[in-house]
Design a protein around this ligand. Structure first.
Ligand SMILES: C[S@@+](CC[C@H](N)C(=O)[O-])C[C@H]1O[C@@H](n2cnc3c(N)ncnc32)[C@H](O)[C@@H]1O
Length: 248
């Protein structure tokens, strides 16, 4: 399903924040009901990251689909505001063009000086080098970002880059923000969800917007406890949080 010629367009969502619409996947990167509101509710709050940062605890996040960077930027901003360390790992097939990311104007959502500019400068460098495999590690305004490029799950197994990221140690939170199971089935396969579950530390949480029955069953099979929770205001009625049980 990955296409080199994806046509991306900027769209404005219900809360005034912008996102991108993918022609190849026929879906938007963030919710049309409010991209920034969804990111905060489903991912930062849903995965317990905001609460952990507010307690001054360091956080490690793994995201499926860095995309526009909105989830990353809001999480990085929350970490910088809390004075907590954040390591953010992400799978991403290909970053959208830097000029288009600039049009999304996410700087208006951020309180941390330098974060937005550092993100855009880095996106410009990525555009020049067009990485399609391997892992890039960068520090953006003091936040560690590690990205595995290219198809994260070719032929029902992790790419070398994805395997590298998965082996870097446990994470407190997984943001599963791929396109929908119908549009992007490989990233919802049982074995892929199992790989995500395996890197969560006990007590850690996977958050996603999909409440599909087969996703819930696969996460349960992987040892997590999936629970439906109310979705973002004005958006989808439900979302999913799947907790890894604490060790006893
Ligand atoms: C819904 S968007 C993610 C939105 C993002 N979290 C944000 O904050 O804007 C899904 C992302 O998954 C990426 N993607 C799709 N299939 C992929 C694959 N097989 N491997 C890695 N990334 C993939 C797309 O390029 C896209 O950026």
């Amino acid at each position: 399903m990955l296409k080199a010629d994806d046509k991306l367009t900027v769209v404005t969502t219900a809360d005034g924040s912008r996102t991108l619409q993918s022609g190849a996947f026929g879906q938007a990167y963030g919710s049309q009901h409010g991209a920034a509101a969804e990111a905060r509710h489903v991912f930062l709050d849903g995965a317990g990251v905001q609460a952990r940062l507010a307690s001054g605890l360091d956080v490690q996040v793994l995201e499926v689909g860095l995309g526009t960077g909105l989830n990353f930027l809001l999480t990085a901003d929350a970490a910088l505001q809390a004075g907590a360390a954040l390591t953010y790992r992400a799978f991403e097939w290909r970053l959208p063009p830097a000029g288009m990311l600039g049009e999304l104007a996410y700087g208006a959502q951020l309180a941390s000086p330098g974060l937005w500019d550092a993100w855009l400068a880095w996106a410009g460098e990525v555009e020049e080098t067009t990485p399609s495999s391997g892992v890039t590690t960068v520090s953006l305004a003091g936040v560690q970002l590690e990205v595995a490029w290219g198809d994260a799950w070719p032929d029902h197994q992790p790419s070398a880059g994805a395997a590298d990221l998965l082996a870097r140690g446990p994470v407190d939170a997984v943001y599963h923000d791929a396109f929908s199971p119908q549009a992007n089935p490989a990233l919802w396969e049982e074995a892929f969800l199992q790989a995500l579950a395996s890197v969560l530390r006990p007590g850690g949480r996977l958050a996603t917007y999909s409440v599909a029955g087969r996703v819930r069953r696969a996460l349960k099979e992987a040892g997590l406890t999936p629970v439906k929770a109310p979705g973002p205001p004005g958006g989808k009625a439900e979302m999913l949080q799947a907790v890894k049980p604490e060790l006893v």
